[in-house]
Design a protein around this ligand. Sequence first.
Ligand code: SF4
Ligand code: SF4
Ligand code: SF4
Length: 467
Amino acid sequence: MKPVPTYPETAVELFALRDGVGPILYAPIGQLMARVNEPAAACALAYASDHAALESMTEDERAVVNELAAHGFFDERPLPRGEGAFRPVQVTLFPTNRCNLRCSYCYAFGGEGGASGEPLVEMSPDVARAAIDFVADNARALADEGCEPGCFIVSIHGNGEPFCAFGLMREIVRFGREASERVGVPVVFNTATNGVLSDEQLDFLLRNFDSVNISFDGLPAFQDANRPTAGGGGSFASIDRTMRALQDAGVEFGIRTTVTASMVARMSEIVAFVADNYAATEQIHLEPVWECGRCTTSDDAMPSAQAFTESYLAALDVADARGVKLIYSGARQELVCDAFCKVGGGSFTVTPAGDVTACYEVSYASDPRSQRFFFGRFDEQAGAFVFDRGKLEELGRLNVRNFPYCSDCFCKWHCAGDCAAKVLVGISPEAHAGSVRCEVNRTLTLDQISRKLDWNPPEERGDADGR
Ligand code: SF4
Ligand code: SF4
Ligand code: SF4
């Protein structure tokens, strides 16, 4: 095992990458990139690791170094440092673990109470109200200290379908609005839903949410096969109605598509179908299924890294041509950070049972991973949340700075070590050993860099889409 690296406050980080065209020099913190030739890449790396190397360089090599230096490639830059004290202004509520669908790959065994078959429950309104008040008060306190948060956020997701607790959903929105009025800070509501809704629920969705994410498997046949109703019927007709209603109401929404091995070759078709039918789609998030939860009991399998990246890149061309944004969670060259998600900063997510988890995918006390990710719960007697500060401190270590495996990876300040719930199951941060996703993350991040390098401004283009 490699030792844990020690990172200074500021550093020069420079990588030599290669794509189909040739070498690329890449400085991830400043997000600088340049196409160079092999000798230029070699002397730039030599100079970056030891400035004294300049003395033994030829005139031409010095000229290369000087040119790159003029563009900031050797500037010391502050390395990303995550969140400070736990003081969230966003809460994610899981109103219930009940679900009207039985998706074949559901990580949470939605509607069945997780892997251990825990009871199907609904969050107590007291828990929801206390959680909302907590983030609203934090937002007010921060505003009073001059750190204007702008808003507090109430996100409603679930280890089930949140609209299966519709009465509570209504209460949550009411609590949010009341808290907003009380603290004088705006509230933002967002939700992720499977989109299988009654008329009344659909109307509520259209009227109350600032941001909506719909889980949709991209083509009617995939949706009906992978995301059947609890009674075994297809769900496409229902979700299609929801997406068209969102579109007609002028509500932009995102689509999340889980890609299995049997779907992977058809990602371009998925993007074209969505673009043709739901023009209000803000983005399509294509994510390879991770073999956990109900996926371990079905025939669904994760696509190979090669199949996923090849098909994703083809789908990206379709998306670009149609003006749709395509995303995959592990390729995010535009983001400079030291943690993949907010898990290390103690993301404030409350399960239906009132436990606080840092991870969306770990929502049951019976899940062995809860030992790491649960860090608080609602105390009924106190009527407030109590947090385990020691656990929070441990969670703060789920950070790329503590993953020796990632120390030489050019994606380390973008991917930042990937999803802890997937790559750190039962192991310490130091034992992080990557996953099959690393190949996908690196290939697609490199493609993002290549596309930026090869992008031409409209006035220099010979064609309609600017390549
Ligand atoms: S809709 Fe969501 S919670 Fe329900 S079974 Fe499907 S993936 Fe699981
Ligand atoms: S650790 Fe992974 S699954 Fe958990 S919240 Fe972060 S990204 Fe999501
Ligand atoms: S080694 Fe893998 S997990 Fe680590 S930063 Fe690179 S792509 Fe991400």
